[in-house]
Design a protein around this ligand. Structure first.
Ligand code: CP
Length: 348
C-alpha cells in the first residue's frame, strides 16, 4: 500500500490493542479503502499482469523477504495464487496448513504464531474459518510483521473482491457508474459478497443487486446499499455482470434450504434464465463452482464466462497487494512505526 494506506481491519471503526505483552502499543482508527486506493491496487495489478506472460516469470521485488501462508481452512485458488505471486516476486515463501501442523497436537494459534515469528518472517497471509482471525493475528503479531487477510469466516475476502473489480474493469471498462451488477446466491454466509459489495459501492457502481432466497440474505442487506431480489429472472434482468456464489453449507446452521435441487430450480443460472440479462453479460464466480447447483456447465464454460479469467487476474492482483504492502512496510520501518495489516481497510 502507499504510505498513507497502511492497513489493518477491525469490526468496529476504532480499535486499540489491550495489554503490554508486545513492545509497542498499537492504537489506530480504521476507514474503508477509498476509491483512489482501490484504483491504485487495480492499476498496479495491470502492470503485474504482464509478468506472468513472460518466459521467465519473475521480478526481484520481494527478494530477501519471507512470506508465510498461514492457511487454517481449505483453499485452492487463494493459496496457490498467493504462493505463485510471492514466488514471482522472488520472496522466500512457506505454506502452513493446519491439518499437517502441530496445531493437531494441541498447540495454540498464538504459540504457533510466536514460533513462526521467531524464524524472522516478514509477512503473514492468513486464511481462517473464524471471522476476525486475521485481525486477531495482526493484533498479536510482532510489530515488524505485515498481515494480509486471505479470507476470514463470513467477514471479508478483500483480495477476491479486488480481483473481481479488476476483472469487471477489464471486461467492461473503468466506468462502473453505468453498470448493473447482480450477485446471486448465498449472500448470508459469504465473505466474498460482503467485500464485493463494499468495493462496488466504493467504485460508484450504477446498481448493485443481491439475488437469493429469503433465508440466505441478511435482514439488514438494504443497509449495505444494494437492491434485494428473491426472484432470479427479475434480479438478473438487464444485468451487465452476474456473479454467482456457492452455497456455503459449512457455515449454515439449521435447514436454510429444502434441497440443492430446489435451489437449482429457483436460483441456478441456466442459459434460458441468462437470456434475461444483457446479451454481453459477464459471468463470474469466485470458485469453487458447483455445476448443477449455482449454474449449468453451459453457463460456466460459455462465451460470457470470465471465471478462469478471474483466477488469472487474481495472481496479478495479489502480486500488486504484496508489492504495495511491502512498500508501505519499508516506509513504516524507516519511520519506526508499527505493523501493516491489509484487509481491505486502511489506517486513517
Ligand atoms: N475463491 C476462493 O477463495 O477460493 P479458495 O477457497 O479455493 O481459495
Amino acid at each position: 500500500m502507499p504510505t498513507s494506506a497502511s492497513a489493518r481491519v477491525s469490526s468496529s471503526p476504532c480499535s486499540a490493542r489491550q495489554g503490554a505483552a508486545r513492545p509497542r502499543q498499537r492504537t489506530a482508527c480504521f476507514r474503508p479503502l477509498a476509491r483512489e486506493e482501490v484504483e491504485l491496487i487495480l492499476d498496479t495489478a495491470d502492470s503485474f499482469l504482464e509478468v506472468s506472460r513472460r518466459e521467465i516469470k519473475k521480478v526481484p521485488t520481494l527478494r530477501g523477504r519471507t512470506v508465510v501462508n498461514f492457511f487454517h481452512e481449505p483453499s485452492t485458488r487463494t493459496r496457490i495464487s498467493f504462493e505463485l505471486a510471492e514466488k514471482r516476486l522472488s520472496a522466500d515463501t512457506v505454506s502452513f496448513s493446519v491439518s499437517t501442523s502441530s496445531f493437531t497436537k494441541g498447540e495454540t494459534l498464538l504459540d504457533t504464531l510466536r514460533n513462526i515469528e521467531a524464524m524472522h518472517s516478514d509477512m503473514f497471509v492468513v486464511r481462517h474459518a473464524q471471522s476476525g482471525a486475521a485481525h486477531f493475528i495482526a493484533e498479536h503479531a510482532a510489530p515488524r510483521v505485515s498481515v494480509i487477510n486471505a479470507g476470514d469466516g463470513r467477514h471479508a475476502h478483500p483480495t477476491q473482491a479486488m480481483l473481481d473489480m479488476f476483472t469487471i474493469r477489464r471486461a467492461k471498462g473503468p466506468d462502473f457508474g453505468r453498470l448493473r451488477v447482480a450477485i446471486v446466491g448465498d449472500i448470508m454466509h459469504s465473505r466474498v459478497a460482503r467485500s464485493q459489495i463494499h468495493a462496488l459501492n466504493v467504485l460508484n457502481t450504477g446498481e448493485v443487486r443481491v439475488v437469493a432466497p429469503k433465508t440466505l440474505v441478511p435482514a439488514d442487506a438494504g443497509a449495505l446499499g444494494v437492491h434485494v431480489y428473491h426472484d432470479l429472472r427479475a434480479g438478473i434482468a438487464d444485468a451487465d455482470v452476474v456473479i454467482m456464489l456457492r452455497l456455503q453449507r459449512e457455515r449454515m446452521q439449521g435447514a436454510l434450504l429444502p434441497s440443492e435441487h430446489e435451489y437449482y430450480e429457483l436460483f441456478g443460472v441456466t442459459e434460458e434464465k441468462l437470456a434475461y440479462a444483457r446479451p454481453d453479460v459477464t459471468i463470474m464466480h469466485p470458485g469453487p463452482i458447483n455445476r448443477g447447483v449455482e449454474l449449468t456447465s453451459d453457463v460456466a464454460d460459455g462465451p460470457n464466462s470470465c471465471i478462469l479469467q478471474q483466477v488469472t487476474n487474481g495472481l496479478a492482483v495479489r502480486m500488486a497487494v504484496l508489492f504495495l504492502v511491502n512498500q508501505a512496510a519499508a516506509v513504516q520501518a524507516k519511520e519506526q512505526k508499527s505493523v501493516i495489516q491489509w484487509s481491505g481497510y486502511i489506517r486513517a
